[in-house]
Write a protein that binds this ligand. Structure first.
Ligand code: ADP
Ligand code: MG
Length: 240
């Protein structure tokens, strides 16, 4: 579904991605872990066409993601992103936030988009909050709206960039539960997270990124329980 092939990326003289390659198969959940500044967000942004890169290639179902290409919006409709800070439109209700993409990007009729949005909000446990504005919702509820919004585009994959890092601890669980449901339904997902328990339970594969390179990758069992590389061991000692 997603092929990341030998990506190199610099910001000016600063090399932030130094030859990263991995594949994500349809229906797989890949978790990316690693210290702050290691390039996790940059990789997701490259996959979604939000960021250019200097070398390598990224393919979504065999089609190259090229940020210079005007048809890039088609990649963004195929791959949704959920951000650390929910990025909802503050002056639109939960329902309107979820309808927005299908109506304006996919040209779905408002009636159809509204029905679908209501169904998705119900699915993430917000069936009683359709008319609520983001400011009246908790962080966990806002992030669940953001997940419903991502699903509304009927994407081929969803990229999550630390979706629970901005939440109060008591709200993390409700968002992870929704993400587990989405994974269980077979969605292809790339998840940058510090929630090791989630990675252990849900990931098919875990990548440990440091200094813009993949230091180690494997099953959650291999990488999280029995890491081979001293840098992975050191990182896990610090976060767990
Ligand atoms: P992570 O998500 O793992 O914390 P990022 O991908 O955000 O890491 O950042 C990787 C490196 O790239 C960091 O050194 C960061 O400062 C740098 N960086 C990220 N975005 C930019 C940018 N727009 N301009 C310059 N440097 C950037
Ligand atoms: Mg980041």
């Amino acid at each position: 579904m997603i092929q990341v092939q030998d990506i190199h990326k610099s910001f000016g003289k600063l090399k932030v991605i130094k030859g990263v390659s991995f594949d994500v198969n349809k229906g797989e959940v890949v978790c990316i872990i690693g210290p702050s500044g290691s390039g996790k967000s940059t990789i997701l942004r490259c996959i979604n066409g939000l960021e250019t890169y200097q070398r390598g290639a990224i393919l979504i179902e065999g089609a190259k993601v090229d940020p210079a290409d005007r048809s890039i919006t088609s990649i963004r409709t195929q791959v949704s992103m959920v951000f650390q800070r929910f990025n909802l439109f503050p002056h639109r209700t939960a329902l309107e936030n979820v309808m927005e993409g299908p109506v304006f990007v996919k040209k779905v009729s408002r009636t159809e988009a509204r029905d679908e949005a209501a169904e998705l909000l119900d699915k993430v446990g917000l069936g009683d909050k359709l008319g609520a504005y983001p400011g009246k919702l908790s962080g966990g509820q806002q992030q669940r709206v953001a997940i419903a919004r991502a699903l509304a585009m009927n994407p081929k994959a969803i990229l999550f960039d630390e979706p629970t890092s901005a939440l109060d601890p008591e709200l993390v669980g409700e968002v992870l539960a929704v993400m587990r449901d989405v994974a269980a339904e077979g969605m292809t997902m790339v998840v940058v997270t510090h929630e090791m328990e989630f990675a252990r339970a849900v990931a098919d594969r875990v990548l440990f990124l440091e200094g813009g390179a993949i230091v180690e990758q494997g099953s959650p069992q291999e990488v999280l329980r029995n890491p081979q590389h001293p840098r992975t061991q050191d990182f896990l000692h610090r976060v767990i």
